[in-house]
Design a protein around this ligand. Sequence first.
Ligand code: GDG
Length: 466
Amino acid sequence: MNRLIIISNRVSAPKDSNSGAQGGLAVALSAALRENGGIWFGWSGDTVEQFTGQINFERRSGVTVATVDLEEHDIEEYYEGYANRTLWPLFHYRIDLAEYEREFAGGYQRVNHRFADTVRPLIDPEDVIWIQDYHMFPLGQDLRDRGCNNRIGFFLHIPWPPRRLLNTLPEAADLAKTLFAYDVIGFHTQEWLESFRDFATQDLGAELLDGGRLKLGDRVVHALAAPIGIDCKEFVEGANSPTARLAYRQMRDSSNGRDLIVGVDRLDYSKGLEERFRGYERFLETHPEERKEVFLLQIAPPSRATVESYQKIRSTLEGLAGHINGAYSDVDWTPIRYVNQGYPRDQLAGIYRAARIGLVTPLRDGMNLVAKEYVAAQDPEDPGVLILSRFAGAAEQLGNGAVLVNPYSAEEMSDAIVQALRMSRDERIARWRPMMDNVEQEDVIWWRKRFTDALLDTAKAETAAA
Ligand code: GDG
């Protein structure tokens, strides 16, 4: 394959290849860069007084990383503003939280121009470019405007919202039009893909061609669903590591024979944590006989702490956890252990394995990798039960084994917990197997190949046509 240029807001290539903290995405993209050569480009995480466009080059475990510093107001408007306060809530169907400010939109445009100006000289004519996520919708168009005729793909890691919601964004049409600068655009699920198609055909007047292609003016883009997976092999190894075994043991010891229900999420309103606590409370309220048989461990490392809606959800959850523990605790039992810190991946894998129930109940989620990690970490002889929101992208693949719930319904959540606690080992195995098959087969390498193959196919089709 040709050399690859990956562009994302932050470069998550691990500093050293043994780093336990690396996520599946970083692993997959780093592996692609090592195989094909290339560069991973993004914001350095640092700010400077005056933007210079000077690139910092670095080698990180066999991958060339190129980063650029931005100005303080770039970060306020582009990252904290448009990305985190406008697009993130809107694309997770939360128009009540979305802030529409021209200043944010302007900063977003400016930073995308800056990225384009900076990265353009690094691109050779044969390179294949792959841009990641909602921070950079217009970057492909910006590169085209700078004479870049390369194959360019774009992948969206969050949902694409229904058109009637998206139309609340003043610049929705302009933003969506820029996606036609790409050759291939990918979404996690059929549902997000269909929402995009609806917007493209009904609001932009695009024409739907065969093979998932859409035409607008003289541009044709191939839009496809490519669900991301985890690095399953690595995760299973991690779940069997000494660290994981120790974490498993400690968890079991501290459970006193009670069943552990686990939740692991960035502290984000899209993850449905408030609703999860309320569902669990409903379970405690309506099932006094089961109460002291279980406890919920919610791991929720804080994120985006400068944004007001995140400060609010944090204090709401603290209040709710305190209320539930106050109302139901006993001298020898606390119903919720609510933890605001992160843990190393292997330790997490051991905790997942110790849990009888994985509670993954986002109100809306592009995919949700925690659901897949929970499945991968289970003991095949005695697996736990995954309770999964039907509004997570992962429900399209794992709906064949998970107990699916509507996270807005405390009653459904409570029923699902009871069902999972009473489930026989045979049923748990029968439900886990097909989920594990999916997690193993459609892993992160499969995802990356599915996308890059489509990107290369468009190149072949064009050569053939010529
Ligand atoms: C976005 C989309 C999509 C969490 N706590 C700890 C920890 N984590 C890790 C998990 C998992 C990752 O963070 C979270 O991934 P998710 O997929 O659940 O969610 P987002 O961060 O919102 O990711 C999402 C994803 O992009 C990929 O396309 O699936 O829908 O929103 O890997 O394990 N990791 C460690 N300690 C923690 O305490 N080490």
